[in-house]
Ligand binder design. Structure first.
Ligand SMILES: *Cc1c(COP(=O)(O)O)cnc(C)c1O
Length: 392
């Protein structure tokens, strides 16, 4: 008999009732160290007092309006994002997937309005992840995600990750609208695109007119130690997808764009019932104000250095379990020699949450404000997990 919850997830037998900072408590009273943060969502940890205040204060005023009206919290968040990033304009969604939908529509509409309606194709990369909608799975194109769901949205060109020659060739396709890429692949196994590649991609886009769309749903919002990951490479995109960390746990996403890239999106071309609702935007503004502070970003970088150094030591001490550390900031991956799922399971036994990813990697995506004590505790638990796997 089918369970009452549609069985699309293989859920761990763990049931959490409350959280505090980087800790989660189960129904039977066990405390788990959370290095998953809801997959890079709980950017300021669980039960953050500032976010509770922002949410409850807004909840006492008004929950939902409609985008038929002005929403002051939404306007404030858009203004703050425009102030802090390359973008001239923002549209709010409830998820990364919805941000992907709009990004795809936006780049196609851009060329349509420019009188080049044939420019509809979008280059994406093997191992990428852009959400579970029909456009999202067509964009990523992995067999696992698309099988049985056809006919797929056409127009995506899938290139091998890091294949410059293939890119050089494909980008000159006269029907190309845009290139869509994650600066650091998340689901694909914490694979950072080298800064030089992102710069080279920017140059190729400038040369051919193709729009550069960055999916910073997982790597954005201070995760890598800059407000957005592309800042490390010193280039800016034309369009960017944001979600996950921006809401700190409240469903919120956005598409940010330059005035030029957004020029096709006029009144009536897109919309959302819940996107940009007062609750999400009030929380999102508090998150953004917090993580964009230079002192906060400095701390993310310091903690990232500390965690990474300790992880290098862990890998050295357990060469049969781990191969190497990779990633950027507090978006770190341990490439495993044993099945990554076993490492995640040993983590559960050690009362710690870590996340599997592609390429046999386990991900560590802790709250950005994880304490030094909790980083030390993470290493104790990772040691326990590694030893259990060596002895198992
Ligand atoms: C999670 C994720 C998405 C999809 O976001 P949802 O909020 O789950 O719809 C898209 N792109 C990337 C890079 C992601 O990590």
């Amino acid at each position: 008999m089918i369970p009452s919850l549609l069985p699309t997830y293989n859920r761990a037998p763990l049931s959490f009732v409350s959280g505090q900072g980087s800790w989660l408590e189960t129904t039977d009273g066990r405390r788990f160290l959370d290095l998953a943060a809801g997959i890079a969502v709980n950017s300021l940890g669980h039960a953050n007092p500032d976010l509770i205040a922002a949410l409850t204060e807004q909840a006492g005023k008004v929950w939902h309006l409609s985008n038929l009206y002005q929403i002051p919290e939404q306007q404030a968040l858009a203004d703050a994002l425009v102030e802090l990033t390359f973008a001239d304009t923002a549209f709010f969604t409830n998820s990364g997937t919805e941000a992907c939908e709009l990004a795809v529509k936006m780049v196609r509409k851009y060329w349509y309005n420019k009188g080049q309606p044939e420019r509809v194709k979008i280059i994406t990369f093997e191992g990428s992840f852009h959400g579970r909608s029909s456009a999202g799975i067509a964009a990523a194109g992995s067999a696992k995600m698309v099988e049985g769901f056809g006919p797929l949205l056409p127009g995506f060109i899938h290139l091998p990750f890091g294949d410059h020659e293939a890119l050089e060739k494909a980008i000159r396709d006269p029907e190309l609208a845009a290139v869509l890429v994650e600066p650091v692949q998340g689901e694909g196994g914490i694979r950072p695109l080298p800064d030089a590649c992102l710069k080279g991609l920017r140059d190729l886009c400038d040369e051919t007119g193709a729009l550069m769309v960055l999916d910073e749903v997982q790597c954005g919002v201070a995760r890598t130690g800059k407000l957005f990951a592309h800042e490390w490479a010193g280039v800016t995109p034309d369009v960017m997808m944001v979600a996950k960390g921006i809401g700190g746990g409240f469903p919120l996403g956005a598409v940010l764009a330059t005035e030029e890239a957004a020029s096709g999106m006029t009144a009536g071309t897109h919309g959302s019932t819940y996107g940009g609702n007062p609750l999400g935007c009030a929380v999102g503004l508090k998150v953004l104000q917090t993580v964009s502070e230079p002192a906060f970003l400095e701390e993310v970088n310091r903690k990232a250095g500390l965690l990474r150094q300790k992880l290098e030591g862990l890998v050295d001490a357990h060469p049969e379990v781990f191969d190497h550390v990779r990633g950027a900031g507090l978006m770190l991956g341990l490439k495993c020699k044993v099945p990554a799922a076993d490492v995640v399971g040993a983590g559960y036994d050690a009362e710690m949450l870590i996340v599997p990813a592609g390429d046999n990697v386990v991900r560590l995506l802790p709250a950005l404000n994880i304490t030094d004590e909790d980083i030390a505790e993470a290493l104790v638990r990772l040691e326990t997990a590694a030893k259990a796997l060596e002895n198992g």
